[in-house]
Design a binder for this molecule. Structure first.
Ligand code: PAF
Length: 284
């Protein structure tokens, strides 16, 4: 696996690959890779000739007091996992290379960034959209895979690609769960065994919401309230939101007569966790 640190070098490499007619698949990450990341890598591999994975803990998407400093990092472990998956190029730039002195350009996706995580992490999606736009210009992928666990992020990126005419196909990757139901996340490492046990209420509540829907409940508020109540009843879990939204636009809906996402966020001990299930969609 080739490791490239300089944005300029990565751009030149991408240009050369394009000249050779190669289809570049891209998986942007912040590292500390787990099985869910690797499933995105496998998807990219199936759909392209050359797979590039980036590892960059992006400072602009963390707010003051968030976990930028303590975000888990394991470059050696990550490298070994990517090698084993047959990844062609690891792009791992430094913050100084991505945001040199004098940096002042940002990308803002106004509407779909509002609500849900946008309300609790001001500036977060601006940081995400900015770094992903930069990464697209550096890696020049034909397609990029984004996990559905960060559901709002996926829609923000889709909107940005549409609005700014990026010639990149955005491919969603399935949310992957541990055996006990918890959504895989690099942040799960923050949880003590007791906190992790409590955190299971998020997936349990989402599964309950999905079950209500599958049994015929189509009132979004009834499902939302059932999910909320279950999470609020768990001591040590501070619910930030539990919402049922249109799966394409994230607009508030009253009746579930089209694909919808039940999305939740909560703080458990030192970790802020998010999770979701999509309902009313053919493939689920
Ligand atoms: O989902 C992530 O890991 C990050 O938000 C991303 C897309 C790599 C941008 O920093």
């Amino acid at each position: 696996m080739e490791v490239i640190r300089s944005p300029r070098q990565m751009q030149e490499r991408a240009e050369a690959l394009r000249m050779e007619g190669k289809r570049i698949g891209f998986v942007p990450t912040m590292g500390y890779l787990h099985e869910a990341h690797l499933s995105l890598v496998r998807k990219a591999k199936r759909l392209s000739d050359v797979v590039v994975v980036s590892i960059f803990v992006n400072p602009t998407q963390f707010g003051p007091g968030e976990d930028f400093e303590r975000y888990p990092r394991d470059e050696e472990g990550d490298r070994a996992k990517l090698e084993a998956e047959g990844v062609d190029i690891l792009f791992s730039p430094s913050p100084e290379d991505m945001y040199p002195a004098g940096y002042q350009t940002f990308v803002e996706v106004t509407e779909v960034s509002k609500g849900l995580c946008g309300d609790f992490r001001p500036g977060h999606f601006r940081g995400v959209a900015t770094v992903v736009a930069k990464l697209f210009n550096i890696v020049r992928p034909h397609l990029a895979v984004f996990g559905e666990k960060d559901y709002q992020q996926l829609l923000v990126i889709k909107r940005m690609v549409e609005d700014l005419n990026f010639p990149v196909e955005i491919v969603p990757g399935e949310l992957v769960r541990e055996e006990d139901g918890i959504a895989m996340s690099s942040r799960n490492v923050y949880l003590s065994p007791e906190e992790r046990e409590k955190a299971l209420v998020l997936s349990r509540a989402l599964f309950r919401g999905r079950e209500l829907y599958e049994k015929g409940e189509k009132d979004a508020r009834v499902i939302r309230d059932a999910v909320r109540e279950m999470i609020e009843a768990e001591e040590g879990v501070a619910l930030q939101y539990a919402e049922v939204r249109d799966a394409e636009t994230l607009e508030v809906i009253e009746r579930i007569d089209r694909p919808a996402v039940i999305a939740v966020a909560a703080v458990v001990g030192p970790a802020r966790l998010i999770d979701n299930v999509v309902i009313g969609r053919e493939d689920k």
